[in-house]
Design a protein around this ligand. Structure first.
Ligand SMILES: C[S@@+](CC[C@H](N)C(=O)[O-])C[C@H]1O[C@@H](n2cnc3c(N)ncnc32)[C@H](O)[C@@H]1O
Length: 294
């Protein structure tokens, strides 16, 4: 409006209303938690807004590889970071594994703090980043994410990186005991019962909640399991624990896992026989659940 008035000096200087609108750069219309300019919302057709995610193949470019059994496909981070973080923001990943969250943070000019229980994995993943990046952009902590002192260690790294809190929380826990990640008693894949798994997961969720900025988002990537002839909905069990920790649920996304699996070949037939025999169905999906800290 102000620009229009100053331009209206003489009749000859007045351009057509259409031209004047085109000349005035529009102020970006963004949410406080991302860089998406909603004035140009039609330019973001690559960003998913529905609850069924299918990726035909795992992205193995830009530093990513399938070098760790149980790593998530990078496209999940790409979708979530663009939707729920701004450039320079810090993603806190409490189950860092082979570092997918950190690699994608660097690729997308975000930063990351990762917590991982296994020292040998921390050493291996550290080699994926150069020395400077390991201070300024990706900080890896070897520790137990469910422990009461992990918060102090995270806080130290946040201070080094110049932020009070993290801006996004990524949680990709073991799916109970489906893959045993180590022999350590603190490892969530080593719990004696699923109830114990939920309890430890809740501790992690609470630690993450504490370190996340208000109004920001968290994602939980998880699949379900069968045990003793029964379906065990780990996803909904963990979702409930996220809610107990204080998060509100924003989305339950069903993700097709066929693109991230290695070819099963002959085993596929075996599983089909088992399914027919046991009266169950073979998993072709997992969940990406999105939460917000109110
Ligand atoms: C599903 S994997 C995460 C994979 C990771 N998102 C990636 O893309 O490489 C779960 C990881 O959690 C780690 N873990 C298990 N219990 C833990 C705990 N109490 N604290 C920290 N990490 C833990 C395991 O060692 C394993 O690497």
């Amino acid at each position: 409006m102000a620009l229009r008035k100053t331009n209206l000096k003489t009749k000859t200087q007045v351009s057509t209303p259409e031209l004047r609108v085109a000349e005035v750069p529009k102020k970006p219309l963004t949410k406080p938690y991302n860089d998406i300019d909603l004035n140009n919302w039609k330019d973001y057709s690559h960003i998913k807004t529905d609850t069924l995610w299918e990726f035909p193949n795992r992205d193995k470019s830009n530093g990513h590889s399938y070098d760790y059994h149980g790593n998530y496909i990078p496209q999940i981070a790409q979708q979530l970071y663009e939707r729920f973080t701004k450039k320079g923001d810090i993603v806190l990943d409490m189950f860092f594994g082979s570092g997918t969250s950190g690699i994608e943070a660097v690729n997308m000019q975000r930063r990351c703090i990762g917590v991982e229980l296994k020292q040998e994995l921390v050493d291996y993943v550290s080699q994926k980043f150069d020395a400077k990046t390991l201070v300024t952009d990706v900080n890896i902590i070897c520790g137990d994410s469910a422990s009461s002192d992990i918060g102090y260690k995270i806080q130290d790294r946040l201070e080094v990186m110049g932020r009070e809190k993290a801006q996004f929380l990524m949680l990709h826990p073991p799916y109970d005991d489906i893959i045993k990640f180590s022999d350590k008693k603190e490892d969530l894949s080593n719990c004696a019962t699923t109830e114990e798994f939920y309890d430890l997961f809740e501790e992690v969720a609470r630690n993450g909640y504490e370190k996340l900025e208000k109004g920001r988002f968290a994602a939980l990537i998880i699949g379900d399991k069968y045990a003793k002839g029964q379906y065990i909905p780990l996803s909904f069990g963990c979702m409930e624990r996220m809610n107990r920790a204080g998060f509100i649920t924003k989305a339950i996304i069903v993700k097709d896992i066929q693109g991230n699996e290695k070819a099963k070949g002959k085993q596929a037939n075996l599983w089909r026989y088992r399914a027919l025999y046991g009266g169950f169905y073979i998993f072709k999906h997992e969940y990406v659940m999105v939460f917000q800290k109110p």
